[in-house]
Design a protein around this ligand. Sequence first.
Ligand code: GDP
Ligand code: MG
Length: 618
Amino acid sequence: IFYNYTITGFSCVSVIYIVKSKKIRNFCIIAHIDHGKSTLADRLLEETKTISKKDMRSQVLDSMELERERGITIKSHPITLNYTHDDGTQYSFNLIDTPGHVDFSYEVSRSLAACEGALLLVDASQGVEAQTVSNTYLAIDNDLTIIPVINKVDLPNAQIEEVTHQIQELIGCEKEDIISISAKTGSGIKQIFNAIIERIDPPKGDEDDSTRALIFDSVYDNYKGAIPYVRVFDGSVKPGMTASFFSHGFTYEITEVGHFVLKKIPRKELKAGEVGYVLANIRDIGHIEPGETLTVKQKKADTPLPGYKKMQPMVFSGLYPSDTEDYDQLRQSLEKLRLNDASFTFEPETSDALGFGFRCGYLGLLHMEIIQERLEREFELSLVTTSPNVRYKLKLKDGEDIEVDTPANMPLQGEIDIIYEPIVSAEIITPKDFIGSIMSLCQKKRGNYKTTQYLSTGKAQLLYELPLGEIIFDFYDKLKTISKGYVSFDYQPLEFREGSLKKLEILLHGEPVDALSSICHSDDAYHRGVALCSKLKELIPRQLFEVAIQASLGSKIIARSTVRAIKKNVTAKCYGGDITRKRKLWEKQKQGKKRMKLVGKVEVPQDALLAVLSIDKD
Ligand code: GDP
Ligand code: MG
């Protein structure tokens, strides 16, 4: 029996049904980047009339400004669709659109934990790519039903035969199981709806049980506090109940629950199998942690849901406000942003050169860029970041084992017995023509060749073991240049391995500068030392005394340059001049980067402190 309520006053007409849980399907769309996930989501929204024609635009779920600019999905987007099957049955579909890039696989794995099935999308002109493979494995690990879909069949260079073959190789399905569609023209979409209903299991839980809801995401709203996004597995959640958690004893009165239909749409209740949000005026951000189980006092569960495995950050860098007065604001912003992205970490750190800031951990370089950009945009901060690095494990001569994720904290060379660096197993899928150049790049990056496997569309899959420290800078960019963009790349952490690594220090006027030290392979140390000294010579303005710039490895000076002194009366000319008024933030950022830091006796512009970064890009 269905009770139908028609709620008016929303820009999209939403008919909300109270459905028995067997009429619910929870699924996500997984694919390699650009294979058409967001476009397929658009078609599903359109077909179910979830969005009115006037609100429709391309990749409508990519709501973040940054996502629209870059044309990529960064966050998972949940949305509820109401679908009427040909036999008249009403279904409620909870769809989660996911990002494809390797750095956001944490988003993907969280979305998967909230679903029973996945649409696996493969571009008919590209075929199976690196993230197609890794996301498929994630879905299989989560026991999801996979519906294979070939997209973009409208393209003239669609290779349906070959791609069908590749998909069969990947998941071992029958040819007939694969659905061919064009998310652009909408052809084949109907079959997708049928497959979702027929192949994906309805959610299992019982709405009369004790309540267990998995928090798979959350956001912070200035007016409403922290808002957890939940998938209810057992029981139900409704206004008036008291939310409680497993990791702490704080409780909150639930004031509203609801679904996502682009906006948040309030509902009377969220029952087992459903996906939605919970408002409970949660002011302490620390009380909501994705992966945690929400239960209610009225129907309290004894054990939490399994949650998901914590991601280990892979890349670290220091993050400092360019204006030291913004330190507190930066801390608060990091806390708020963490609600929306639990995969980055931060802890306070101080640098002689940059002052008070944070050491942040990210899943990868793109992730680092996105976090920094979100902080600057969403919280109007101007930031200075240090060169990224990986985490090392050290065995000291006195027998102690330590971990180091800040080059400045690296003990003296004489105290170190062995340095172990993180190694990843990397998978590169490329057209055959580029194999040679890719192999020589991997060789240069100290790669350890494993295997080559030829795939059906004139492509090959190369497996390498590579030091993570070598690929965090520009490896992917180089790969793309070599292959004219036709390569895809993914990696998984493998192990820590002994490496011939050294701490390279830079001394200004005899003083080591923490923000400029880095850890590098002994073979690269000399080249890097020389490059840094000459780069810094360009960036550091002349002072009243001669400034020596030295690179030291262990206690040996391996390179040197000198900034000559200037006479006093010339200084005046360097300052003053006409300053045009610019936008506030822009000005603040520019000033920040130009700002001089006093390092020992030497005045150093902030961008000189970031010289290590640009060296690695050369
Ligand atoms: P996502 O990264 O997987 O979310 O991919 P998007 O949905 O953003 O699509 C990437 C690009 O492929 C966009 O330019 C789309 O317009 C285009 N695209 C998606 N589906 C199709 C299709 O079926 N046919 C064609 N020709 N282009 C498509
Ligand atoms: Mg997308």
